[in-house]
Ligand binder design. Structure first.
Ligand code: ADP
Length: 422
């Protein structure tokens, strides 16, 4: 029920936010248009006043003023059909614009009736500026003329005048980002909680098996003190094996807890990775051969020396071999190799096991993650091994990557930097 309410609430919130976003965009466009319209009106009135002023200077009080024509979104053409002197026109424009609070930069162009340019000012700093207008062309011709004014940064100015809108839009976008962040964070927390639950039930189950086996074997020994020696050794062997298993499981959990708290220390020494991995492979061979599998080692790195922690490095290669064997449904076929690479020693562990989907590959290094497709949960594990491997590799300034194809197998590659001599 709770989950349903949560989902409905989420969808409702998303719809509301999308609606608000549309209202915001619509409002912004409307406000922009209104601001633009008001600006156009102001400029129109000011330019008609200027045209009137020019005609008055030229004693043409009776002459009709034609309407100002907007030839582009930021250009206004004023047809006055009368001789114009550049300087008086420029100062009249500046004065009138200032009176109408039109303070942005503009450029002025004077045309003949046949529309050829006779005078043009470059873009100046605006009516308030005391700069001398830079003017090009021939002045003082006694022929009918018209002029045009262009505002090169008009759009920016209009947007600038809408600061309240921009502030609201920015706040709104910030709320949207926060909302998205909260949703993804909550989804992550939920996934983690589910994985932790899985882990706890899995762990309880995993610990129970060796405990039950140990108690059964010890009970048989206690009840039958005269049991024959062969059988006795078999039961003692079971107790020892199950104890080892228990120890490994508890260590794995403790290691992860210590790493989470940042409490693990590396004791570095010079390590020949070919030797270290060769030893692990030999210890592991029995397990693979018991399943009639094949374990090849091609340790060919010419410079296999790294400065590393022997215990942790042994653990991580053991974990990777353990996975390669565990996740092989048929007889395991595993190849462990080492090469020299530009960034150090490259070790790869290749299996022909069940492989992984692309989706799984993205999550295998996450704590508690275990692929849930297929029937691989027959395979024991806590979902902690690869998290540990990655942390240890990174603590050695190395890199880990994986290539895998579902049903075809996986290859884990680790590069550890060579020991720097001296
Ligand atoms: P565990 O093996 O204890 O579940 P790991 O952290 O070692 O935990 O591995 C996480 C998951 O990655 C495994 O549950 C499995 O789904 C997948 N995985 C790891 N190694 C392999 C492999 N060699 N082949 C296929 N899947 C693998």
């Amino acid at each position: 029920m709770n989950r349903r309410f949560y989902r409905i609430g989420l969808v409702a919130a998303l719809i509301a936010l999308t609606g608000l976003l549309f209202i915001q965009v619509y409002g912004f466009i409307k406000a922009y248009r209104l601001e633009e319209k008001q600006f156009n009106e102001k400029v129109n009135v000011a330019l008609r006043e200027v045209a009137d002023g020019i005609l008055t200077i030229n004693h043409q009080h009776q002459k009709r003023i034609d309407p100002v024509v907007q030839t582009a979104s930021n250009t206004y053409f004023v047809p006055i059909h009368h001789s114009i002197s550049y300087r008086p026109l420029d100062s009249l424009l500046r004065k009138t614009f200032t009176e109408h609070n039109i303070l942005q930069p503009f450029s002025l162009t004077v045309y003949t009736e046949s529309d050829s340019v006779i005078l043009g000012s470059f873009y100046n700093a605006g009516p308030g500026s005391s700069d001398d207008p830079t003017c090009m062309g021939r002045d003082e011709q006694n022929i009918p003329m018209n002029f045009a004014v262009t505002f090169p940064v008009q759009n920016a100015h209009i947007v600038g005048a809408m600061d309240l809108w921009i502030f609201t839009a920015a706040t709104f976008i910030a709320i949207l980002i926060l909302f998205a962040f909260m949703i993804t964070d909550q989804a992550k927390q939920k996934k983690l909680a589910l994985m932790k639950n899985d882990f706890l039930s899995n762990m309880t189950h995993e610990l129970q098996t060796p405990i039950t086996n140990i108690s059964m074997a010890s009970e048989v020994l206690l009840r039958n003190p005269d049991i024959e020696t062969k059988k006795k050794s078999r039961y003692l062997e079971i107790i020892q094996q199950e104890n080892q298993r228990l120890k490994h499981q508890v260590e794995q959990v403790l290691q992860t807890a210590a790493m989470d708290k940042g409490e693990f220390l590396l004791t570095r020494q010079t390590i020949n990775l070919n030797h270290l991995i060769g030893d692990i492979v030999e210890k592991f061979r029995f397990r693979v051969e018991q399943r009639f599998g094949l374990l090849k080692s091609e340790l060919k790195a010419a410079n296999p020396h790294v400065a590393g922690d022997a215990l942790h490095l042994t653990n991580i290669f053991f974990n990777l071999l353990d996975n390669a064997e565990k996740y092989s449904r048929d007889e395991p076929n595993i190849t462990v190799s080492s090469h020299d690479s530009e960034s150090g020693v490259m070790i790869s562990i290749e299996d022909h096991g069940i492989g992984m989907s692309d989706q799984s590959i993205n999550s295998i290094f996450d704590q508690f993650y275990r692929a849930s497709s297929g029937n691989i949960h027959d395979v024991k594990g806590f979902g902690l091994g690869l998290t540990y491997v990655k942390k240890i590799v990174e603590a050695h300034h190395g890199m880990i990557s994986v290539k895998s194809r579902l049903n075809y197998g996986s290859t884990f590659m680790i590069v550890l930097p060579n020991q720097v001599n001296g």
